[in-house]
Design a protein around this ligand. Structure first.
Ligand code: OAD
Length: 245
């Protein structure tokens, strides 16, 4: 049996459930993870692409890189893992989704209000006044870096870069989710980037039953109450079948 009787019984009792996701959840849709064998951070240097300094010294390169990733994401679809997490929102009376992913696939799969810890790649915001913009395109010319229609400063991707604070609202909403959790799932994340990496630990210390779903071990594995070794697009539909029986 892949799942413990304890987990199935717990989930059948309509507990408060929180799911934390990372890049692994989108891997089966064709989005590259960051730290795997072919991970993005093996091919590109984060400090040259995902930091304020990188943006200020070469905004064109940063716009091009995010444009490339945005195009990849537009061409792909949510996978059965995303759809299962969206179904969980309808199954459990109290359900929270916290994601580190910027790809927007949870929303496309039907989750109504994912807490986006690291922002969203489809959105931009002004470096001057923080005004948000949707679906801005970049022509590839340095003098065409999109600017704000209110204050004329440069626009940037609305994602969290290295060295930046996470959005305050997302952190506050995550705290509420964690403190309410009876069951906390950590799915498809290497659990090394803070503060997301510590969220499962907070939840467990607060009394939640901690479940990890990942084909690989992570720093969280020894700490989890239950570890389900495998791909989220396979495991999650199986789990839902069992709890609906
Ligand atoms: P990582 O690339 O660090 O980790 C991806 C995890 O997904 C690994 O533990 C894999 O074993 C696992 N995985 C791979 N395929 C999977 C599958 N089909 N099903 C389930 N799990 C699978 O990605 P994150 O943990 O999301 O931040 O990385 C965290 C943050 O680091 C990202 O949000 C990004 C990055 O730098 C920023 O850009 C701010």
């Amino acid at each position: 049996m892949k799942f413990s009787e304890k987990l199935i019984a717990l989930l059948k009792s309509d507990p408060s459930v929180t799911v934390l996701t990372g890049a692994g959840v989108s891997a089966e849709s064709g989005v590259e993870t960051f730290r795997g064998e072919n991970g993005l951070w093996r091919k590109f240097k984060p400090e040259e692409l995902a930091s304020v300094d990188a943006f200020l010294s070469n905004p064109e390169l940063v716009w091009e890189w995010y444009g490339y990733r945005k195009n990849l994401i537009c061409d792909i679809q949510p996978n059965p893992g995303h759809y299962s997490i969206s179904e969980m929102e309808r199954i459990f009376t109290s359900f929270y989704l916290i994601t580190q992913n910027v790809d927007g696939l949870h929303k496309r799969a039907g989750n109504s209000r994912p807490i986006e810890l690291h922002g969203n790649i489809m959105r931009n915001r002004c470096t001057g006044c923080d005004k948000q913009f949707e679906n801005i395109e970049f022509s590839g010319e340095i003098d065409q870096i999109p600017t704000c229609d209110s204050c004329s400063e440069m626009l940037r991707p609305d994602v969290v870069w290295f060295g930046e604070m996470l959005p305050k609202d997302a952190l506050e909403e995550s705290e509420i989710a964690i403190s309410n959790s009876d069951v906390f799932f950590s799915i498809g994340t290497s659990a090394v980037v803070q503060p997301a990496a510590t969220m499962p630990v907070w939840a467990k210390n607060n009394g939640a039953y901690l479940v990890e779903i990942n084909p690989e071990e992570t720093p969280l594995t020894t700490y989890a109450d239950e570890v389900i070794n495998g791909k989220s697009g396979v495991i999650l539909p199986e789990l839902l079948r069992e709890i609906k029986e």
